[in-house]
Design a binder for this molecule. Structure first.
Ligand code: DQA
Length: 148
């Protein structure tokens, strides 16, 4: 069971970036907790962060052939702009969950639309970095229930 955790632009700054919105937890903390959570369930977690749209598209394509069964993605600002990331996720046909640390619906109007939500299995918004934990819990349960 392999899960790919993808974080998009500016999420490398977690912990110092607008902490009143995104909190004090760093991306390294998020990734370490996710790895431990996956391992405890007998699964493997690969973590990837990039500020570049094409690099994220490439990482999604690579997941098609490396045994990845589920993707958890916080696409950052690309959520609201990227047809390419949407098409990549739809193209590889790997089930995915969309996570946002902040409640995007409480924020600027341009954050209310996501190019991904209607092709995601589900979305988690506004629960802080716990959103990653909850998404991973779901993905691990879904994979465990999937016959191989
Ligand atoms: C975000 C919300 C996006 O609107 C923003 O551009 C981000 C982070 C979140 O996790 O709340 O970079 O995806």
């Amino acid at each position: 069971m392999k899960i790919l955790l993808i974080n998009g632009p500016n999420l490398n700054l977690l912990g110092t970036r607008e902490p009143q919105i995104y909190g004090a937890t760093t991306l390294a903390d998020v990734e370490a907790a996710a790895r431990a959570q996956a391992q405890a369930a007998g699964a493997e977690l690969a973590a990837f962060q990039s500020n570049h749209e094409g690099a994220i598209v490439d990482a999604i394509h690579a997941a098609r052939t490396d045994g990845t069964g589920y993707i958890v993605i916080n696409p950052g600002a690309f959520t609201h702009t990227s047809v390419a990331i949407r098409d990549a996720l739809a193209g590889v046909a790997i089930p995915f969950l969309e996570v946002h640390i902040s409640n995007v619906h409480k924020r600027e109007a341009f954050r209310h639309h996501s190019y991904l939500s209607d092709v995601a299995v589900g979305t988690i918004v506004g629960l802080g970095t716990m959103g990653y934990t909850l998404a991973l819990q779901y993905a691990l349960a879904a994979l465990a229930a999937t016959p191989t």
